[in-house]
Write a protein that binds this ligand. Sequence first.
Ligand SMILES: Nc1ncnc2c1ncn2[C@@H]1O[C@H](COP(=O)(O)OP(=O)(O)O)[C@@H](O)[C@H]1O
Ligand SMILES: [Mg+2]
Length: 391
Amino acid sequence: MLSFAIVIASGSLLYTNYLVRHIAQSERTRAQVWAMSMKQVLASDDNDFLNYVFAVRDSSIVPAIVTNDNGDIQLSRGLDATKTFIKLQAEGNKKLKYDPAYFQSELAYMKEQHAPIKLAVLNEHWLVYYKDSDLLRQLKFFPFIQLSVIAIFLLMAYTAFSSSRKSEQNQVWVGLAKETAHQLGTPISSLMAWIELMKEKFNAEEDPLIAEMENDVKRLEIVADRFSKIGSKPKLEELGVYEVVKDFVDYFRVRVSKNISFELTGNPHLKAGLNVPLFDWVLENLLKNAVNAIEGKGSIHVDISGNKIKKQVFIDVTDTGKGIPRSKFDTVFQPGYTTRKRGWGLGLSLTKRMVENYHDGQIFVRDSELGKGTTFRIVLKNIRHDKQTAA
Ligand SMILES: Nc1ncnc2c1ncn2[C@@H]1O[C@H](COP(=O)(O)OP(=O)(O)O)[C@@H](O)[C@H]1O
Ligand SMILES: [Mg+2]
């Protein structure tokens, strides 16, 4: 794509360059023709011939000044008409009247641009100085204007395209989430009703099996609630981070293998804007990944700390699992990336979305070593800091 653009750009530059050289050559010839015609004018009395010469002369648009050997200006053409005029008097005085400063500066400019054309006139040598016509000057700038216009156009097209793709992806996300929540709603509420009926029918208010079932249905309800929240901007509550994390870790730790130990440490006073159902989901994804990364025995450590100056709260989730290679620190957040046989690779991309879009925070792999373990860090905004003591 880039090399294609370079080919087009240099092609356009080369072609314009060719045109410029070609026209420059022809302008020199025209300046020469004009000067030679002037020579004939001075040497002739034939009116018809003079008219013919004037016609040739006026067909040339190349601005030029003619001087003699001493550098005195003899003739000019194509210059600014307001600063030069021909005094045509009854006597037939064809001499030019001019603003000397203007002519001198034009002459200096022409001397810089091109070598003069030499002509032998009467007893003198004339030097024809000329400069590029406006047309040629503009043509020299043209490729740059053209390329900038193309670049601006491409940039606009690209931005439009990528933002429309982004919003399309967002719509798919949101639509899928809402639809899921909607579809789960009906069976969940009827399951709730069934459970109530069972309690009555079998007189089993205290039965532990039914209590477990009730718990699971409540979990399902929470899941549906999470999905329904994805579509809309959820309300953030100012909550103690430690407490929210502790509640979830307590819920989670009893549901995984006894070979994995949990530890929660850190500052219990830090507050941040949280949406509990969504933030629990974030924690669940991180803790599940940590469990998956640990083969056999291991531990998971969650630490909460803060930065008073930057007004941030950090949640570090550290496991003693298999680790992530450094080259994959960013990749793990991409949808579809997984190393698990039954994995979908959606967990971390959802997690990132929930942290960044819904909590205005950041998440990244803070550190990882193959075979030793991994630390994920979540950074949240510490909304109100005055009452708190940051660690
Ligand atoms: N704590 C971790 N330790 C090691 N690897 C991890 C950890 N968390 C995530 N990963 C890697 O990132 C991949 C993507 O994770 P995720 O998005 O949750 O998808 P999934 O769990 O379905 O594979 C995992 O398959 C794993 O390779
Ligand atoms: Mg996962």
